[in-house]
Design a protein around this ligand. Sequence first.
Ligand code: ASP
Length: 585
Amino acid sequence: MFRTHTCGELRTSDVDKEVVLSGWVQRSRKMGGMTFIDLRDRYGITQLVFNEEIDINLCEQANKIGREYVIQIKGRVNERYNKNGNIPTGDIEIIVSELNVLNAAITPPFTIEDITDGGDDIRMKYRYLDLRRNVIRENLELRHKMTIKIRSYLDKLGFLEVETPVLIGSTPEGARDFVVPSRMNPGQFYALPQSPQIFKQLLMVSGFDRYFQIVKCFRDEDLRADRQPEFTQIDCEMSFVEQEDVISLFEEMSKHLFKSIRGVEIAKPFQRMSWHDAMKFYGSDKPDLRFGMKMVELMDVVKGHGFSVFDDAAYVGGICAEGAAGYTRKQLDALTEFVKRPQIGAKGMVYARIEDDGTVKSSVDKFYSQEVLQRIKGALGAKSGDLILILSGDNVMKTQKQLCELRLEMGTQLGLRDKNKFACLWVVDFPLFEWDEEEKRLVAMHHPFTSPKPEDIHLLDTNPREARANAYDMVINGIEIGGGSIRIHDSELQNKMFELLGFTPERAQEQFGFLMNAFKYGAPPHGGLAYGLDRWVSLFAGLDSIRDCIAFPKNNSGRDVMIDAPSVIDISQLEELNLEVKIKK
Ligand code: ASP
């Protein structure tokens, strides 16, 4: 028997038991005639004691053991004299009588402890060692617990988990597809699903009125902290539902997860905000509502006073950072540098401090009288001790987004984005379309299967850009945790949608003929949503990146540096696939 107990299990109630443990050597130290080894496994750490006076040979053997050796020991549980309150097994130790080295280990490239000296790259290269660390392991445990809870919650409500294929054709979700060449169909490719969208809709046509799947999805996009090329969705779809039905069911599920996993009581109903208001007041379709600092448009107040930057701008807006009037010149310069970074792209920043006596002292005093500055102060609801920050630009949406970044930065700097506080929100009434400047055509804001609001259907013929969608996103702390919509279930309307999106009838038929056809055989009204599991786990774990709740993630260039993928393939493999590689210069 390799073990009678795990390394996290023994307590004072086990004192005097003869036990066998197996695990990894976390650390070993020699003190006088005694050698202490911390033995680790997934469950915890137990202290082992080797005493020269009892068995000098055994002690010498123990002294030769290095970090991360895999060993098995036999011994007696003893109550510790120096108890360690930091670990659950800290009241006991094992007086070892037998030691068996199961496998030696070379020195690991970084220390396998909660706080490690290993940088990101090295940890990714040796991810299997990184996964031995408590902090990463706990994230995977949390992930497991969440998926179990979600499965059982949805199961109880009659949702059926159905697997959909991974080798499919293109699904138009707006990102680039990963493609897989087909050996048996020369010159043809599968695409990996960006989501099971079409399949779950077809399942509704088949009568599976409550579907879910915890499923890998693939999108070939530029990577960020909250994006991986492959990620996991909790994908759901329901028949005979309206927007309210979907929202209220998944709000309840989220509340349940918060309570059962984080022990946090979330108030229902969640706040709702139209996409329009989210953009106007927060410059984002996923506002972080843990703090206020709403954006205020200042065009009327600031124009016409000879300050050309504002006079020529298409948008001027500000935020009020409460209590931040004490920001030094250096801090303000750093903020200006922040908004000027290429990722944000603002040209500059104007600031105004509200002094103790209520007067406003700004970086544009030259152009604005105290009276106008007071109007700015009034518009932003600022008071003594506050700091006003203003951005302007020649593109409304771009400038709003820049101001959004500044708001988030100020929220962070002022400590308003507490990771243990949760602000849940539904963003609703998204536009059905957005304008793609590059392609000079309408594209679906969500995806082409999202239905317009019934009262906006008439706009499809007259002013499609004004049409709103039956779409909703669940946003928590500024993170888009999930999103979905009520779908089009009428083939006529779906065809019209494709037409507005610039598909010729032939191309629509070619790409989606099967779906249009399916809709003709009795498609129920349906809708659903998908959550990003990785984002949700990382939110609950308080992580800044989704990487550390994924066992084997890719780096920012989409590489798995551990197995060194992607990689070139053998010429014979290429030939078999009827492929030739030509790399663009
Ligand atoms: N397929 C959508 C997505 O991946 C979610 C949905 O509409 O259900 O964003």
